[in-house]
Design a binder for this molecule. Structure first.
Ligand SMILES: Cc1ncc(C[n+]2csc(CCOP(=O)(O)OP(=O)(O)O)c2C)c(N)n1
Ligand SMILES: [Mg+2]
Length: 807
């Protein structure tokens, strides 16, 4: 181990005394909460609380210091998932959490196991749970804060620090390093990562010397690194005769052994130290003059559990530079299983809890009382709590007015056009204006800005950087299609390829109204198959209720020549299943314009109204939007966009060709296979009666409405009808439905269950290969002929003339 970089603190004794009492209380409440959930509460189902007890205890000192002293209301924190009980206990002491919710920790509507922005009531800044994501969220939130301020917004508010409490094993997650690199590129500021260096993960004790790798790594990326290794007791002992020998012994002690001795306690420390360094007069005296308890207290006094050191480190941190604090801690500190390598899911037995209760001075029946068992008076503690700076703001969660969206989005529809080209053209038109709407849009892309058609928009609006940077090609007069100038006013944030970063940035941008009090309308573009690369981060962004528009191309195998590595199969199912994300796959550019207009409004809604009677969708609650677009040029339909058509497109489907009263076949298609569906309907018209063509713009919304309407009927609302039920109401029962999508066929297969129609679902189930579009559509059975063949199979009648043999 290296030298500790902190000095003993000069914090006044009174504050230290109060913080010490609060730290005890926080640890007690967290432990009691877990014990209660596990052993005492009815309906605990015998479910054991995993991972919270020991993992929480290791952050008790640091979190007490942060929340009761260091943090300001504008600071935002991502708390390590398993420190949730400590967080809730702190909020309880600050009067922002109820006893009922603590009693129901992990129970129905109780305090959440992992801090949750959306489910918890006590002011969680960033949800955590999937390790690594909350950490990166703080970094991107800091960049978002810079973006907002550079655009001249929110300057009347103080800048906040974005703080992550990070488990040491959490640093194994690759997304953290992807974020670190991006932060360096973007000139990250105001970001603290506080590593709980307890040298234990879930299963194991971490490798020796990991801290040194972290130190180098963070320094390489321009961070300050502060190492809190020795607590103030240890620092004082090192100054005694023999102290230097003790320090060297500590530095050379392997992590496993140190943990084991922490667990074993004072007598074990004495034996080990005496065996190894006890034959030297000075150090023998240093050890000998301490009782077992005093010796254990000295050896357990690591920097992360020493309030003076922790306060000193936080208070003296550089205000601007990103800082990584590596805090040595003991997992399970203060609890019977402190340091034991198996303690991750450790729980106290009834007997251990009883001993702990007595040690904490808590009387039976008074376990939830805020000031029970503390040496200081209630008055003194409460008056301290009343003055805690972090809790001084009436509301830390901010809001922002909605940005007006134009009544329609203009686009010149070319006779033949892809939806991706249409997307670029729509944004280009938006970019021409200097409206409030245009100014609030921010785009970003993981190195696929140009290939996802954002180029024209970026040319107009410029790239964002805190410091202006000219386009050298332009200044050297070298012709280029793109004008890549960076400035604080730019509206496109260029990212490296890492898709994880895209989603976490969207998560941060999409929470700006709540975090910065300034609303942004973020749009992120990427390749559809690579959604899977960042899927957990996308899920995370949705779980936090961040608001953004995700635009993914190319859908399915439509970029045929790129082969299976660039083709997407499962993404429509992701769109269908992902909560908080309304998914669309339009075929035409006028549909896209209608959907995007709706999406800009939807992203800004946050009502709690019941589902609309019209479509059974919860549109008033709002959410994010996923547009799955194609690079395939498709012949466009010349038509008037009526309000009715617009509504149907947004609700998820419309009849492109009405089914007649004796309809035998319906072709229901989504996205870029529109020409095949149209052609198939035309070819069948002679041999099947009244063939219908259903354009499905959103399988997701159709499905959600259908499910909600059924649920409503089961609960007594007999007249509830969803959009798809209305559309299929007059289709005769004997009619067959062929669904087709360039994606997994299950996306649309459920349509047959709505009114009991026999259905054949066509789509792509297997990895693609290179080829022409026609070859691949034929190969996977989503071409015209395959649609006709499917129709013949499920809607028997005379042979369909134009059907060719299938390959
Ligand atoms: C992405 C993800 N993978 C796995 C887990 C399960 N898990 C929860 S905590 C943990 C290890 C935690 O170790 P560390 O970060 O050092 O925290 P400590 O408990 O030591 O404080 C694991 C593997 C998870 N929550 N998220
Ligand atoms: Mg750990």
């Amino acid at each position: 181990m290296l030298k500790s970089t902190t000095k003993a603190s000069s914090t006044d004794a009174n504050t230290l005394q109060v913080l010490g009492a609060l730290e005890h209380k926080v640890l007690w409440l967290a432990s009691w909460m877990i014990h209660n959930a596990n052993h005492l509460r009815e309906n605990s189902d015998g479910l054991k609380v995993g991972g919270h007890q020991a993992s929480s205890a290791s952050l008790a000192t640091i979190m007490t210091a942060l929340y009761f002293d260091v943090l300001r209301p504008q600071d935002r924190v991502a708390v390590k998932p398993h420190a949730s009980p400590i967080f809730h206990a702190i909020q309880y002491l600050l009067g922002k959490q109820t006893r009922e919710r603590l009693e129901a920790f992990r129970g129905y509507k109780g305090a959440q196991s992992y801090p949750s922005r959306t489910k918890d009531a006590d002011d969680v800044d960033f949800s955590t749970g999937s390790v690594g994501l909350g950490v990166a969220q703080t970094l991107f939130s800091s960049l978002t804060q810079d973006y907002v301020r550079a655009h001249g917004w929110g300057l009347n508010r103080p800048e906040g620090r974005m703080v992550a409490l990070v488990g040491d094993a959490e640093l194994d997650e690759g997304n953290i390093f992807e974020a670190l690199l991006e932060g360096w590129k973007q000139g990250l500021r105001n970001c603290w990562w506080i590593v709980d260096y307890n040298r234990q993960s879930l299963d194991a004790v971490v490798r020796e010397g990991l801290w040194a790798r972290y130190e180098e790594l963070f320094k390489n990326f321009g961070w300050n690194v502060v190492i809190l290794k020795y607590g103030s007791l240890q620092q004082a002992a090192f100054k005694e005769p023999g102290g230097e020998t003790l320090r060297q012994w500590i530095d050379n002690c392997p992590n496993q052994l140190y943990s084991a001795l922490v667990f074993a306690g004072g007598a074990a420390w004495r034996k080990r130290l005496t065996d190894e360094i006890g034959d030297q007069g000075d150090v023998s005296r240093l050890i000998g003059k301490r009782s077992d308890d005093e010796l254990a207290a000295l050896m357990n006094n690591l920097g992360g559990h020493d309030m003076p050191s922790v306060l000193e480190a936080f208070r003296s941190a550089d205000a601007e530079k990103p800082t990584c604090f590596i805090c040595y801690t003991v997992k399970g500190f203060g609890l019977p299983f402190a340091g034991h390598k198996d303690n991750h899911a450790g729980l106290m037995t009834m007997q251990q809890m009883e001993t702990f209760r007595q040690a904490m001075g808590v009387r039976p029946g008074h376990e939830w009382e805020k000031f029970e068992g503390l040496a200081l008076s209630e008055k003194q503690l409460q008056s301290f709590l009343n003055r805690v700076p972090f809790a001084s703001a009436s509301a830390r969660r901010l809001s922002a007015p909605t940005v007006d969206v134009p009544d329609s989005l203009f686009v010149t529809v070319q006779p033949v056009m892809s939806t991706q080209t249409g997307f670029g053209a729509i944004l280009n038109e938006i970019g021409r204006n200097e409206s409030d709407f245009t100014h609030h849009i921010v785009t970003t892309s993981p190195d696929v800005t140009v290939s996802t058609n954002l180029g024209p928009w970026v040319n107009r609006r410029g790239l964002f950087a805190r410091q202006a940077m000219a386009d050298t090609f332009k200044s050297e007069h070298i012709p280029s299609t793109f004008n890549w100038e960076f400035s604080p006013k730019g509206q496109h944030i260029e990212l490296g390829i890492a898709e994880m970063n895209l989603f976490i940035l969207l998560s941060a941008l999409g929470l700006s109204h709540s975090i910065n009090g300034e609303r942004l309308l973020p749009i992120g573009t990427l390749y559809d198959p690579f959604i899977a690369r960042g899927l957990d981060a996308l899920n995370y962004a949705c779980y936090q209720d961040a608001r953004f528009m995700l635009v993914a191309t190319p859908s399915g195998i439509s970029l045929a020549g790129e082969g299976g590595a660039h083709q997407s199969i499962a993404e429509p199912l992701i769109g269908l299943a992902q909560d908080g994300l309304a998914s669309f796959e339009p075929a035409y550019v006028d549909e896209l314009a209608a959907i995007m207009r709706w999406a800009f409004c939807y992203m800004q809604k946050d009502g709690d109204a019941a589902p609309s009677e019209l479509n059974w969708l919860r549109d008033e609650t709002g959410g994010s939007v996923y547009l799955r677009l194609s690079t395939r040029p498709v012949e466009q339909i010349k038509r008037q966009m009526t309000p009715e058509l617009c509504q149907q497109i947004v609700d998820g489907a419309y009849w492109q060709r009405n089914p007649g009263p004796n309809c035998q076949v319906v072709v229901a298609y989504t996205g870029a296979v529109a020409p095949e569906a149209i052609e198939a309907v035309g070819l069948m018209a002679e041999d099947r009666r009244d063939v219908g063509l259903l354009a499905i713009t959103s399988a997701d919304r159709l499905n959600a409405g259908w499910t909600a309407a059924q649920r409503a009927r089961e609960r007594g609302l007999v007249h509830a009808r969803s959009h798809i039920e209305r559309l299929l109401a007059d289709v005769p029962p004997h009619c067959g439905i062929v669904t087709v999508i360039d994606g997994h066929p299950a996306t649309l297969a459920w349509v047959g269950a709505v009114a009991g129609h026999r259905t054949r679902a066509l789509g792509v189930e297997h990895f693609g290969q290179t080829g022409s579009l026609a070859e691949l559509y034929r190969h996977y059975g989503i071409d015209t002929n395959a649609i006709v063949a499917a129709a013949q199979a499920i809607a028997p009648g005379r042979p369909i003339r134009h059907l060719k043999a299938l390959p």
